[in-house]
Design a protein around this ligand. Structure first.
Ligand code: NCD
Length: 337
């Protein structure tokens, strides 16, 4: 882990293959901590981890808080509804209040893109040692979700040795509301960096053709891509076409709170065309796993029967894998401050 160079974790666009390897290797070492011995490690004793979630969250926030506790850190959390935000304090000033209290890592979720980046730039410019971990910002990025999805897939394809190379050459289909999904964007960076070919599938209003070029732009502030050879991205409108040769399927929530117009007029029609069911999975030539970051709209992006079929649906594994992945991220950031 000596070559870990990130002071903050804001985006997966700047991750090299070695970075993905480091996180998965560490997560794999931490995976049994919650069920063995004292169920804790003393690694982050005395460190302060603060969760600053300006947007709702069930999984991400609880998972980060549990991960911090499994590493014996102190955990402080912030509740926007009872905070001074209602008195007009800005998110950055709110964050700086927790920095002043001694936070070693601030995990930040906000509905506006770039709030975690702005905070990280401010902290760097003022010489602060506090690290920022993006817990999901606007439509932009959700790095811990991208990493736990990568780990879940690597474990599926190679349970005994879940490294990024386990997904090399695999065809991963991502279905649904790509346009509004920070999860899809983080997955595009992670999966293509590890050599998977990604097939995107959705209606034109939720999946513009520009996504085919998504990973070709250099990451912000960098003149070159940190990964020499990425997998390809292709776009299909029809689920039947997209599923040909699929090795895994990931579907996404219709994120209505982020839609400016009524981009989907009929949920039944949407489910008919893009909902994942036992029936539609027959278009894949083999039995494939289905992932979803949650929360799931039952009967819209996925049938209830499929959600409950644990032989296919990996939603529970995703939640479980989120804990060691977030332990790894907190360890990598908090042992450097
Ligand atoms: C996602 C998010 O908030 O971006 N959820 C999550 O963190 N597990 C996806 C979503 O909200 O649909």
């Amino acid at each position: 882990m000596s070559d870990w160079s990130h002071r903050h974790i804001l985006d997966l666009a700047t991750f090299s293959l070695e970075d993905f390897n480091s996180v998965l290797e560490l997560a794999n070492r931490f995976k049994d901590v919650p069920t063995k011995g004292t169920r804790k490690l003393p690694a982050l004793q005395g460190r302060l981890i603060t969760t600053l979630f300006f947007e709702p969250s069930t999984r991400t926030r609880s998972s980060f808080e549990l991960a911090a506790k499994r590493l014996s850190a102190d955990v402080q959390s912030f509740t926007p509804t009872s905070s001074s935000l209602s008195k007009g304090e800005t998110p950055i000033d709110t964050a700086l209040t927790y920095v002043a209290m001694g936070a070693d890592v601030l995990i930040v979720r906000h509905s506006s893109t770039n709030v975690p980046d702005q905070l990280a730039s401010y902290l760097d410019a003022t010489g602060s040692k506090t690290a920022v971990l993006n817990g999901g910002d606007g439509l932009h990025s959700h790095p811990s979700q991208g990493l736990l999805d990568l780990y879940t897939l690597a474990k599926f394809f190679n349970p005994n040795n879940p490294k990024p190379e386990a997904i090399k050459g695999k065809r991963i289909v991502i279905v649904g509301d790509i346009l509004h999904s920070r999860v899809a964007r983080s997955n595009l960076w992670a999966l293509t960096a590890c050599g998977a070919n990604v097939v995107l599938c959705g209606p034109p209003t939720l999946l513009p053709y520009e996504f085919a070029d998504f990973v070709n732009a250099p990451p912000p502030g960098q003149s070159h891509d940190p990964v020499a050879k990425r997998g390809q991205i292709t776009i299909f409108r029809s689920l039947k076409e997209a599923f040909k040769g699929a090795d895994a399927v990931m579907t996404l929530r219709l994120q209505k709170e982020r839609m400016r117009q009524n981009l989907i007029t009929d949920l039944y029609q949407y489910h008919y065309e893009y909902g994942i069911t036992h029936e539609s999975l027959k278009w894949c030539k083999q039995k494939v796993p289905v992932l979803h970051p949650g929360p799931v709209n039952r009967g819209v992006e996925m049938s209830s029967a499929l959600l409950e079929d644990t032989s296919i649906c990996l939603v529970k594994e995703q939640v479980q894998n989120g804990i060691p992945i977030r332990m790894a991220l907190l360890y990598l950031l908090a042992t450097r401050v």
